[in-house]
Structures are given as structure tokens and as C-alpha cells.
Ligand binder design. Structure first.
Ligand code: SAM
Length: 249
């Protein structure tokens, strides 16, 4: 595992409006004031429900920015366009950008609100014909075997057994020669970085994901903890991401 030495600067939108919302709401929760959005104070019990995510999307702005995650742009941007699956793809910032690069993109998410927004933005960005959405719970969803040139899992944070099962099913959906890209808040954020769930069980390291994928027969192209500079109201902060790119051989 290598620690990347480059620190791309991103605006707060890059870490995701969800994380900003987390910070704001966490402040309200910890200050003892009544939270604007009550479930945030009991995050571990509600985080993984579709209703919880629907409500989070409903109170956030829809930007249709077309801006992908920085690691998706760097790593998937180099790949020849093909068919891609965005597991827990949310509003589709990554899938929509890939569709703009010529990919045929399918977004799976259990939030109908997120999927509606993704399709709305696909139309705005003139890629509606190349974007498909499917409402499903990735803890159970089994995509077609060996069907995709790229499968992406970005910022999906599940307990270890569920995460490993979702990764295994996603891995099975990668065609021979295709790539699996897993990105998430690194466990290191608990002590040193910002962003993501403040729960060790829901975080992971690149090593853990790489070991699972190697066991599944993948070639590990890279497994790194990468640092991002995030502009916050309190100045620039570092967020650590676990980033794993692997090839189905
Ligand atoms: C932090 S957002 C990340 C969205 C997107 N991958 C991105 O990077 O912009 C997490 C997404 O995972 C979805 N999600 C969480 N658990 C899920 C599950 N079990 N099945 C399907 N979607 C899930 C949520 O609805 C939400 O859209």
C-alpha cells in the first residue's frame, strides 16, 4: 500500500454535500440543540435505510454540476469507454461524467430520490440515452455476471460482512479485462482526516479491499490511501480516501 503524495484541492462539493451536511448536523447534535434533521443524531441506526437517504437528498440542492469524484476522473478517465455500473451511485455525479466520456452507464441505488435526480441531470447534460437507473439494495442486488467493463463503488459504507458481500457481487459483474474501482472514506479519517461515518466498523483501508479482491483472482492495479484537500468553512482540511483499482483476469 502506498500513500499518495499529491493533494488535489477540491471545493467542499467534492467531498460531497452529504459530508458537509453531516458536519452541520453533527454540530447541532453535539451542541444539544434540537437537530434540524433528527435521524442524524442516531446515525448508526438509520444510515443504511433508503428513507434516510431519500430525506437527505430531499433537503440538499441538486446541482447537475457534471463534476465527478477526483479519483474517478483520474483513474476511470484513462479507460476506454464501455459499459459501467455505478453501485450506490446516488445522484450519479460519477456515472453522468463517465456517460459524457462515452460510457453506457447504469446507476444502482436504493434511494428513488437520488435516481430521479440522476435522470433529471442526465437529461440536462444531454446524456439521457446513455444513462440507466435501477432501484435496488446493493446488500442483495446481484448484477449480471461478467457484464461490465467498469464497476464503481464510491463512498458506500456498510458493516464489514455486508461490505465484503457487496464487493464480491460487484466483482463478479466485472468482465474479463474490466476494472473494479472501490473508493471510500479511509479508516485513517477517524484520527487524522475529516469526512465519512465516525464509526470504525463502517470505514475500511485499501489493504482490506485489495486482499479480498486478490483472493477473488483480481490483479491489483493500485491500493492507496490518498489525501484530498477540502475547503471547509474552517479553512482547508485533509480527507483520506481508500482507493483500490483492480482488474478481472
Ligand atoms: C455518500 S452517497 C455516495 C453516492 C455516490 N457513490 C457518490 O460518490 O457520489 C451513498 C449512497 O449510497 C446509497 N446507499 C447506501 N446504502 C445502500 C444500499 N444498501 N443499497 C443501495 N444504495 C445504498 C445511498 O442512497 C447514497 O446514494
Amino acid at each position: 500500500m502506498f500513500l499518495s503524495h499529491h493533494f488535489p484541492r477540491v471545493n467542499a462539493g467534492e467531498i460531497g454535500h452529504l459530508v458537509l451536511l453531516d458536519l452541520l448536523l453533527a454540530l447541532r447534535c453535539s451542541s444539544g440543540r434540537k437537530a434540524l434533521y433528527e435521524p442524524q443524531c442516531r446515525r448508526e441506526t438509520v444510515r443504511v435505510t433508503a428513507t434516510y437517504w431519500d430525506e437527505r437528498y430531499a433537503v440538499s440542492d441538486m446541482l447537475c454540476s457534471g463534476h465527478p469524484n477526483v479519483w474517478v476522473k483520474e483513474l476511470a478517465g484513462e479507460l476506454p469507454a464501455g459499459r459501467m455500473l455505478d453501485q450506490a451511485g446516488g445522484e450519479g455525479r460519477n456515472a453522468l461524467w463517465l456517460a459524457q466520456q462515452g460510457w453506457e452507464a447504469t446507476i444502482v441505488d436504493f434511494s428513488q430520490c437520488a435516481l430521479d435526480r440522476a435522470m433529471h441531470c442526465a437529461g440536462e447534460l444531454s446524456v439521457g440515452k446513455r444513462v440507466h437507473v435501477h432501484r435496488a439494495d446493493v446488500r442483495k442486488y446481484q448484477p449480471q455476471s461478467r457484464d461490465y467493463d467498469l464497476v464503481l463503488i464510491a463512498y458506500l459504507h456498510l458493516p464489514p460482512a455486508e461490505r465484503q458481500a457487496a464487493i464480491a457481487r460487484s466483482a463478479d459483474a466485472v468482465a474479463t479485462g474490466g476494472r473494479l474501482l472501490v473508493i471510500g472514506h479511509d479508516r485513517r479519517n477517524l484520527e487524522e482526516g475529516i469526512g465519512g461515518p465516525q464509526d470504525d466498523d463502517l470505514l475500511f483501508t485499501p489493504k482490506e479491499v485489495a486482499e479480498q479482491l486478490a483472493d477473488l483472482g483480481f490483479l491489483i492495479d493500485q491500493a492507496q490511501t490518498r489525501a484530498r484537500l477540502v475547503d471547509t468553512d474552517h479553512g482547508p482540511r485533509i480527507a483520506f480516501d481508500a482507493v483500490v483499482l483492480a482488474t478481472q483476469i
